[in-house]
Write a protein that binds this ligand. Structure first.
Ligand code: ADP
Ligand code: MG
Length: 267
């Protein structure tokens, strides 16, 4: 299964992705996480450092694919999760879609692309262009991370539109929304009433999740020394179990921008 995790910048995609990847590995899946955000810190809490990106490696080898080995680009992360960072195009130039395409091409040449039960693409979702939708060409299942606010739900609706569009030509499905860093869900509920899709989980703001980023560890690693954090891991295990049990998902239909403004501003 190829999963794309989308959502507005800073919403918690990478944090959630890393912990879901481990949860899936705990369930016996062989998992590769690919960071597709030019920020290239997707896998930071899995490896504890910023691994070299595919684009950096390709550049250092003058784009000679035959000189690149799996060990150059696939790094071992916590809990048996393998990690890749696609990297970004030069700032202000180039296309993120090209970077994702090159990443998949290289992983195929290394015979790594079909080796995994699950490949999870961690993708930024507030840039609306064809490049940002590129991982949807390779994914069959999407999750959207959102909070209970206008901006994240607006981004979620744009992502929904991209999924609907790509689903016309690919066997692509939306698994649903994961609410993050919020104890309220009234706007999330309003949105899914107007635009039906499952809400898989809603995680509150948890100080230890914020701290995990600073420590460069996932919650699953932190729980080793702090057993009281087990309840946080349960959220991610629950998401993993839903992914593994209901992979059919839905083809969503976004709502028009104007309608969304009215809905979320209570006009
Ligand atoms: P993104 O990948 O979407 O840009 P990150 O995963 O890097 O976002 O998260 C941004 C920040 O929010 C990080 O410092 C992270 O630790 C923090 N964070 C994410 N989810 C939560 C949460 N549920 N509770 C508290 N902090 C969180
Ligand atoms: Mg990120």
């Amino acid at each position: 299964m190829k999963i794309a995790v989308y959502g507005k910048g800073g919403i918690g995609k990478s944090t959630t992705s890393c912990n879901i990847s481990i949860a899936l590995a705990r369930r016996g899946e062989k998992v590769l996480q690919i960071g597709c955000d030019p920020k290239h810190d997707s896998t930071f809490t899995l490896t504890g450092f910023l691994i070299p990106t595919i684009i950096d490696t390709l550049q250092s080898k003058d784009y000679h694919y035959e000189d690149i080995w799996s060990e150059d680009v696939i790094h071992k992360g916590y809990g048996g999760v393998d990690c890749v960072e696609a990297g970004g195009p030069p700032a202000g130039a180039g296309c993120g879609g090209y970077v994702v395409g090159e990443t998949v091409k290289l992983l195929k040449e290394l015979n790594a692309f079909y080796e995994y039960d699950i490949i999870l693409f961690d993708v930024l979702g507030d840039v609306v262009c064809g490049g940002f939708a590129a991982p949807l060409n390779y994914a069959d299942y999407c999750l959207i991370i959102t909070d209970n606010g206008f901006d994240a739900l607006f981004a979620a609706n744009r992502i929904t539109a991209s999924i609907r569009e790509k689903a016309r030509t690919h066997p692509l499905r939306l698994g649903g929304l994961v609410g993050n860093r919020t104890s309220q869900r009234d706007l999330i509920n309003k949105y899914v009433e107007a635009c039906p899709m499952p809400v898989i989980e809603v995680l509150p703001l948890i100080e230890d999740i914020r701290v995990s980023r600073i420590k460069g560890k996932t919650l699953f690693e932190m729980v080793g020394s702090e057993p009281s954090l087990n309840y946080v891991c349960e959220y991610y295990l629950d998401i993993a179990d839903q992914i593994l049990s209901q992979p059919e998902g839905i083809v969503p239909k976004e709502i028009p921008d104007r309608e969304l403004f009215n809905l979320l501003s209570d006009l």
